[in-house]
Design a protein around this ligand. Structure first.
Ligand code: HPA
Length: 276
């Protein structure tokens, strides 16, 4: 039996003892966006470290809890705190929450992250909906044995970011009266931020924003047949020649926090409209 399947059985059996909810939507909350988890009602809140076979995040500002509850009436599972490739985990473990969500019955994934801007039209505090990505990590969560019960060996990545969900998010932003950009997210290993030359390279490659996450989970979600919406909060200019101040983890979190009301509106709107 493939190892992934064995781990998932241990994790989801444990979760099933704590909640009867069958989430339709999974949320992965990035740096500085954990407050969204507080919006869930009728919630069961468990620490990653208490879940059998669940990898643990070590990054400050990422809490490491899974919350199963309701958002706008719809059953959702929120992963507050994500794992990153730079923590040293294999990529399938970074993407593990997505496979847990699939086993729990989710068909939609909303991923959020903090990112650095590569184009001048994006400024700190802006929200960008992800329309496509560049996987520049050199790795994949699908590396190794494939489990056909989870998904196929060679999943298609066209329209990895669901066009209908993207349109819903744009509609929500329009109705609530705040701007959102749409762009391409490049994922790098990190954890160091970019040099000026690297930021220029990423821009030439066609990326609008850069970060150290999200792509593992999105590849896993497509593998698992889950539709994806991706939301980046622009925390800084990635090019140190554009941004005078050095990028720090603390400044990233503070900027992202300031955008959390807009992200919450988008997530609530998506949950409401994607599940009806
Ligand atoms: N680069 C990479 N990851 C990031 C950045 C950045 O500038 N800002 C927030 N996450």
């Amino acid at each position: 039996m493939p190892a992934l399947r064995h781990h998932l059985t241990l994790t989801t059996n444990f979760l099933a003892k704590h909640t009867k909810l069958r989430p339709k939507v999974a949320l992965i909350l990035g740096s500085g966006l954990g407050a969204l988890a507080g919006a869930l009602t009728d919630a069961v809140d468990l620490a990653y470290r208490d879940l059998p076979s669940f990898p643990v995040t070590t990054v400050q500002g990422h809490r490491g809890r899974v919350i199963v509850g309701r958002l706008r009436g719809a059953p959702v599972v929120a992963f507050d705190g994500r794992m990153h490739l730079y923590e040293g985990l294999p990529m399938w473990q970074v993407a593990y929450p997505v496979y847990v969500a699939q086993r729990m019955g989710a068909s939609v994934l909303i991923v959020t992250n903090a990112a650095g801007a590569l184009v001048e039209s994006l400024r700190a505090g802006d929200v960008m909906l992800i329309r496509d990505h560049l996987n520049l990590t050199g790795d994949s969560p699908l590396r190794g044995e494939n489990d056909p019960e989870v998904g196929e060996r060679f999943p298609d990545m066209r329209d990895a970011y669901d066009k209908r969900l993207l349109a819903i998010a744009q509609e929500v932003a329009r109705e609530r009266g705040f701007p959102v950009a749409v762009g391409v997210y490049a994922a790098v290993l990190g954890p160091s931020y970019e040099t000026g030359a690297e930021a220029k390279m990423l821009r030439i490659l066609g990326a609008d924003a850069v970060g150290m996450s999200t792509v593992p989970e999105v590849i896993a979600a497509r593998h698992a047949g889950i539709r994806v919406a991706g939301i980046s909060v622009i925390a800084n200019a990635a090019n140190p020649e554009v941004d005078g101040a050095p990028t720090t983890h603390e400044s990233v979190q503070a900027t992202v926090n300031a955008a959390s009301d807009r992200v919450r509106s988008l997530v609530e709107g998506l949950v409401e409209r994607a599940t009806t």
